[in-house]
Design a protein around this ligand. Structure first.
Ligand code: ADP
Length: 213
């Protein structure tokens, strides 16, 4: 199964991506996590990506497309994959068409104000990338990662102003993909403004319907 997730920032994409990847036994490929690793490792790609990421802009298509083409050639993608954060522009979508067409594209839908509200409570572990929310999904002890004990941080691009910028970028660059994949008949809308469980149920229903096609 080849699945791609499209969603505005902080729609809970990462949280949903985890169980989808387990359920279908396919690797989760998060472009955001890959890029953050490049930044942390100070690679050439990281150096080029860092500023755009901190400002809530997209990293250039050339960099991301090249990175993903290499990733999708790896052995673990033979039986499918879950793309978490790719494609995000029409150019990326076209590049993907020429190699690996997704079977289904899930579009997680959340309203703007809900997104900004969620982002302000988000905390992430700089070490293992675990994600928490101070109200919806808090760690056992305040500001400490349950999994590895590191001190949690607010991601640079989760600050309110940057979130608004990311939303704007989403509308301009990524939302055209919704019509693109609708026309291809592979887009499934998933209502994602409720709780994690509600969103999961909605996404499961969308994926089950797929089996009956
Ligand atoms: P979120 O899902 O919360 O928006 P991600 O972790 O997916 O966050 O992405 C973080 C940042 O990484 C983006 O704001 C962008 O700068 C960069 N990025 C991730 N995926 C892509 C992509 N496909 N194309 C360009 N930039 C990307």
């Amino acid at each position: 199964m080849k699945i791609a997730l499209i969603s505005p920032p902080a729609s809970g994409k990462g949280t949903q991506a985890k169980w989808i990847s387990r359920k279908f036994d396919i690797p989760r490929i998060s472009t955001g996590a890959m890029l953050r690793k490049h930044v942390a490792d100070r690679t050439e790609v990281g150096m080029l990506a860092q500023e755009d990421m901190n400002q809530g802009k997209l990293v250039s298509d050339d960099i991301v497309i090249k990175m993903m083409e290499a990733r999708l050639r790896k052995e673990d993608c033979k039986n499918g994959f879950l793309l978490d954060g790719y494609p995000r522009t029409m150019r990326q979508a076209r590049a993907l068409e020429s190699t690996e067409v997704p079977d289904v594209v899930l579009y997680l839908e959340v309203g703007d104000e809900e997104i900004v509200r969620r982002m302000s409570g988000r905390r992430v572990c700089p070490n293992c990338e675990a994600v928490y929310h101070i109200i919806n999904d808090p760690p056992e002890s305040e500001d400490v990662c349950d999994k590895c004990g590191s001190k949690l941080i607010i991601r640079e691009d989760d600050k309110e102003e940057t979130v608004r910028k990311r939303l704007e970028v989403f509308k301009e660059e990524t939302s055209p993909l919704v019509s693109f994949y609708t026309e291809k008949g592979i887009l499934r809308r998933v209502e994602a403004s409720g709780s994690i469980e509600e969103t999961r149920n909605n996404a499961e229903r969308a994926l089950e319907q797929l089996g009956n096609l």
